[in-house]
Design a protein. Structure first.
Ligand code: LLP
Length: 420
């Protein structure tokens, strides 16, 4: 359920008609619904209600906007961060340091130090090498880093290959068959407090079996570690739950996910943590765009050229991803169109031969399910600026990220004297 619904023929976000946002802020613009974010945060938490005090860390990469993080902070969420920049954002949104976990295969020494200085809750170590480096840095600074070892369970998540992370050939985590040995080695280092295992096998997962298989392997590893005398008090089960991108599509619910987790982790006797991103933010946002013109060519279907492009919403170009596209004020019969952006490559195509609301020049439309991995993946390709972002709350809205104009990006560049 989300709060982007038609009322009297006009698409609203909560109580705000989208044309009002377009008129005031311009297009393209990302629009997020506070009520939807809250609802998803609560539904996900309720799904885990059979567990004892689960810790939920929002995957900041999915939507790092400060206002979005603030909504989730107020819901008691912590943060899963993967860079110094994301860590700074989580702290700026007042997320408690102990509720921050730091994942990622390429944390630099500076980022490890930044995490230590902030006294974050946990580093999810992705390699033996990273563990040794963090141990050195921590010991040199008189600190002890709380850590989990991220394992690669070699499970096929059954999702797009570019967002699959738990196969042996993927760069993430340590091979699960070497995990016990690496864990013991890292646990012996004075700068580290090895306290558990982390796993994350991929994103937009459409069924629960791969997760269940991966968690089963983690359970066996925990038993093995304890059998070898190691202490294991925490397990971080990552994110990955998929969301519907097409109206009417059904995916496993947070309740089904929670029931599976409760069943598989029974008897683990650890504090469980989760890192959901898309399931919280995905359907809490749309990208609002305006039709520049409708171009008819030899094809049977017209090209509807909108003012949003692949630099604003990269997912269709990058993964061939589907986003439902709806008119803000649908009228007349539906028809078949190609929806494209203005960028000079064919990859800048959002949909081909899509049956959808008929759109004319000047009409507004939305790309749905754009609240996760939308604005955060934008670029300035073709010297386009960065899109503005708006948060709606009931009948009010606020710009929560200014539009960054192409000129502002150019201002950061210069021609050196010796070239003039
Ligand atoms: N934890 C870790 C360690 C992750 O790498 C990710 C996502 C998450 C949690 C959150 O996963 P989620 O609950 O959102 O599925 N740009 C791609 C998605 C990349 C996901 C990367 N990792 C897309 O647009 O589909």
């Amino acid at each position: 359920m989300n709060h982007f619904q038609l009322r009297d023929g006009v698409l609203h976000c909560e109580d705000v008609p989208l044309p009002a946002i377009a008129a005031e802020v311009g297009t393209p613009v990302y629009v997020y619904s506070r009520a939807t974010l809250q609802r998803h945060a609560r539904v996900f938490r309720e799904g885990l209600s059979a567990l004892d005090d689960p810790q939920i860390h929002f995957a900041v990469k999915s939507n790092p906007n400060l206002a979005v993080l603030k909504v989730l902070q107020q819901e008691g969420y912590g943060a899963d961060v993967v860079s110094g920049g994301e860590l700074a954002r989580a702290l700026a949104a007042d997320m408690a340091p102990e509720k921050i976990v730091f994942s990622g295969v390429g944390k630099t020494d500076a980022e490890l130090m930044q995490g230590l200085d902030a006294d974050i809750g946990q580093f999810n170590l992705e390699s033996e090498e990273e563990g040794r480096e963090l141990a050195d840095i921590a010991a040199q600074n008189g600190k002890v880093a709380r850590c989990a070892l991220r394992v690669n369970p070699d499970v096929d998540a059954g999702t797009h290959e570019k967002i699959s992370t738990g196969k042996a050939e993927n760069k993430f985590g340590v091979p699960i068959n070497r995990a016990a040995e690496i864990y013991a080695m890292l646990a012996a280092l004075p700068g580290l407090d090895m306290r558990g295992i982390a796993v994350h096998i991929g994103s937009q997962l459409a069924n629960l079996e791969p997760l269940e298989t991966a968690f089963g392997k983690v359970g066996a590893l925990i038993a093995e570690l304890r059998g070898a005398g190691q202490s294991v008090t925490h397990a971080d089960l990552g994110g990955g739950l998929g969301v519907p991108y097409k109206a009417g599509e059904t995916l496993p619910s947070p309740a089904e996910y929670g029931a599976m987790v409760a069943r598989v982790t029974k008897g683990w006797n650890v504090a469980l943590a989760f890192e959901p991103g898309r399931v919280i933010a995905g359907n809490a946002g749309v990208l609002l765009t305006k039709v520049i013109r409708v171009k008819r060519s030899s094809n049977a279907s017209p090209f509807v050229v909108v003012d949003a492009a692949m630099n604003d919403l990269a997912r269709p170009a990058m993964y061939g991803a589907w986003h439902d596209i709806d008119a803000v004020e649908p009228k007349g019969p539906r028809s078949v169109s190609h929806i494209v952006g203005p960028i000079c490559e064919t990859g800048d195509t959002f949909a081909m031969n899509r049956e959808m609301d008929t759109l004319a020049s000047g009409d507004l439309a939305v790309f749905r399910t754009a609240g996760a991995y939308g604005a955060t993946m934008a670029s300035s390709y073709n010297s386009r600026g960065f899109v503005a972002e708006v948060l709606v709350d009931g009948d009010k809205f606020a710009v929560v990220a200014d539009r960054l104009l192409a000129g502002a990006i150019m201002d950061a560049e210069r021609i050196p004297d010796w070239l003039v």
